[in-house]
Design a protein around this ligand. Structure first.
Ligand code: HEC
Ligand code: HEC
Length: 221
């Protein structure tokens, strides 16, 4: 092979790799910052409570995986996740808005976030450990609930327990026009437990050291 052909080949491979790596919509966190003002009214206030379908805390977004945030917003938009407020919010967003917002929340305040310990710290009680084993939760969400096996799966450790419980119950809910999450994987998981068991799992996972935060909007300080 001549040198010229070799460098041409190398170039072709580089271009191909680049086009594979390019996301469908470029994610611009700075543009996301500009679009996030509405979100901050709920997601930028520590411990802000939602009151539907029950009283629970609005989820932490900072530090969450970008691809998971994109998927969640699309699910609200399409109605696969039924939640009247988030459906209304997400319906106004374009694919580009969603990509920018996800990139923004992923990194907003994340510089202060320390990696979670590799193992479950403190370890669960035997009863909770049995529930986690039954659901094989850590096989997807990671040994510490902070290292999911795929970037489209969420980090759970230290997320608000009341939100985790509401989310788990939503995956198990069918036939309600306002509550429910249509996700094949998690529906199967959630339906094998009682609500009381889901709440016990949520309380434990929510108590773990977290890579997630609610970062206040400077304007609300
Ligand atoms: C009026 C309050 C409110 C506003 C405004 C709001 N949200 Fe939400 N958001 C919520 C609530 C409540 C939930 C939990 C819904 C559920 O139970 O599924 C949520 C859930 C989410 C989730 C899912 C998180 C997860 O862990 O699955 C994402 C992502 C999200 N919101 C992003 C946004 C973005 C981006 C904006 C601005 C464009 C926004 N939200 C505006 C209240 C709000
Ligand atoms: C086979 C892989 C897999 C297993 C096993 C699994 N999950 Fe999940 N989990 C997912 C995926 C994928 C999602 C995102 C679903 C979506 O888009 O709504 C998810 C979402 C969640 C959410 C929603 C988080 C949020 O921010 O809204 C909770 C809570 C959750 N899982 C808890 C659990 C628990 C507890 C177990 C064990 C009982 C478990 N998962 C087992 C893959 C899995």
């Amino acid at each position: 092979m001549t040198q010229a052909i070799r460098s041409l080949l190398a170039l072709a491979v580089a271009v191909f790799t680049l086009s594979l790596a390019a996301p469908a919509h470029a994610q611009d966190p700075a543009a996301g910052r500009q679009k996030a003002d509405t979100c901050m009214g709920c997601h930028g206030i520590q411990g802000y409570q939602a009151s539907f379908p029950e009283i629970y805390k609005v989820p932490k977004l900072s530090g969450q995986n970008t691809q998971y945030l994109i998927n969640a917003l699309n699910e609200y938009k399409k109605g696969e996740r039924k939640h009247p407020t988030m459906h209304a919010v997400a319906s106004t967003l374009s694919d580009k808005d969603i990509a920018d917002l996800a990139a923004f929340f992923h990194q907003y305040g994340a510089a202060d976030i320390k990696p979670a310990p590799e193992t479950l710290t403190p370890p669960p009680s035997p009863a909770v450990a049995a529930l986690i084993t039954k659901g094989a939760c850590t096989s997807c969400h990671g040994a510490n609930f902070s290292k999911p096996i795929d970037p489209s799966y969420p980090k759970l450790a230290g997320q608000y327990a009341s939100y985790l419980a509401a989310a788990l119950k939503a995956y198990a809910t069918e036939g309600n026009p306002y509550v429910g999450r249509n996700n094949a994987i998690m529906s199967v998981q959630a339906k094998q437990f009682t609500h009381a068991e889901l709440e016990r799992i949520a309380d434990y996972v929510g108590s773990l050291p977290s890579e997630l935060r609610t970062v206040q909007n400077p304007r609300f300080r």
